[in-house]
Design a protein around this ligand. Structure first.
Ligand code: ZN
Ligand code: ZN
Length: 276
């Protein structure tokens, strides 16, 4: 049993900021469903034959003006929410007409980080902030891109070689949930909101499915969260247990609120394999 005392308090307003960001994103998703209508592909066939996430293989076209609009609104949102960094945001805004949004979306889809590193230097902005802002401006479109596959991915026969990685957008997942009703286990991608089925006793990092090497660790005074631990690769995965409260939750926020679980797991010598 783990003690449920966050070893470090989250900064004030941290969770609220992400809640506001998610609301902004939800509104943009609704707005863009009519404007952005990507083709549906044969997901299973494509990801099993090439062993790569769908997005990097089908390279959807993202309209440069649409992305520029989204980016402009995201900067406005950041300006309103984070006045303490307004100088930096205004610096980005003043250069927005020089930004090549065709290149930006293509580089993002190809995970060409070098492009963003160079762009950050060129614009005299920190790489982290620049990438964060571009990433979050594209997310509403990624969520729409991912929507047609939810059925295929929730199938309990769904299989994908790299279950810790989102099969749609290729982002690393850091949280899974257990279904309120039947206890089925789903990974969650906080970038495109995709969920995909994985077995209950199965390590998403190393494939270990030996019950003797797998633990679900409970957190004191908290029925909602558990840590999945694998003693073979020392991997951990945060788990929201929908069975305990009998309801689902917002996993985007759950992932952020449960940063203390990452700290607890890492203190015990487990890793999310992010830096492998
Ligand atoms: Zn994803
Ligand atoms: Zn493992």
């Amino acid at each position: 049993m783990l003690k449920h005392e966050p070893p470090v308090e989250l900064p004030e307003g941290y969770v609220d900021f992400f809640k506001a960001l998610e609301s902004w994103q939800n509104e943009e998703v609704i707005k863009h469903r009519k404007l952005y209508t990507p083709a549906k592909h044969d997901l299973k066939q494509i990801i099993t034959s090439q062993k790569n996430p769908l997005l990097t293989q089908v390279k959807p076209q993202i309209d440069a003006d649409m992305l520029k609009d989204l980016y402009t609104r995201l900067l406005d949102f950041l300006l309103e929410q984070r006045p303490e960094i307004q100088e930096v945001i205004k610096n980005i805004s003043s250069q927005i007409d020089q930004m090549d949004f065709d290149k930006i979306s293509a580089s993002f889809i190809q995970s060409d980080m070098e492009y963003f590193e160079n762009l950050a230097v060129q614009m005299n902005v920190s790489y982290d902030l620049l990438f964060f802002s571009i990433d979050h401006a594209i997310r509403p479109l990624l969520r729409i891109f991912a929507e047609p596959y939810s059925q295929d991915l929730s199938d309990d026969l769904f299989y994908w070689e790299f279950p810790a990685i989102c099969p749609v957008c290729g982002s690393k997942s850091h949280i899974c949930r257990l279904n309120a009703g039947d206890g089925q286990r789903f990974m969650f991608c906080d970038r495109c909101f995709t969920e995909w089925h994985v077995r209950y006793l199965y390590c998403v990092y190393c494939g270990n499915d030996q019950a003797k090497d797998i633990y679900y660790l409970n957190v004191e005074n908290d029925d909602a969260y558990k840590l999945f631990l694998c003693n073979k690769c020392k991997g951990y995965l945060k788990t929201y247990d929908g069975r305990s409260l009998g309801k689902s939750t917002d996993l985007f926020i759950a992932n952020i609120e449960s940063v203390y679980l990452d700290m607890l797991a890492q203190e015990k010598g487990y890793t999310n394999h992010d830096n492998d």
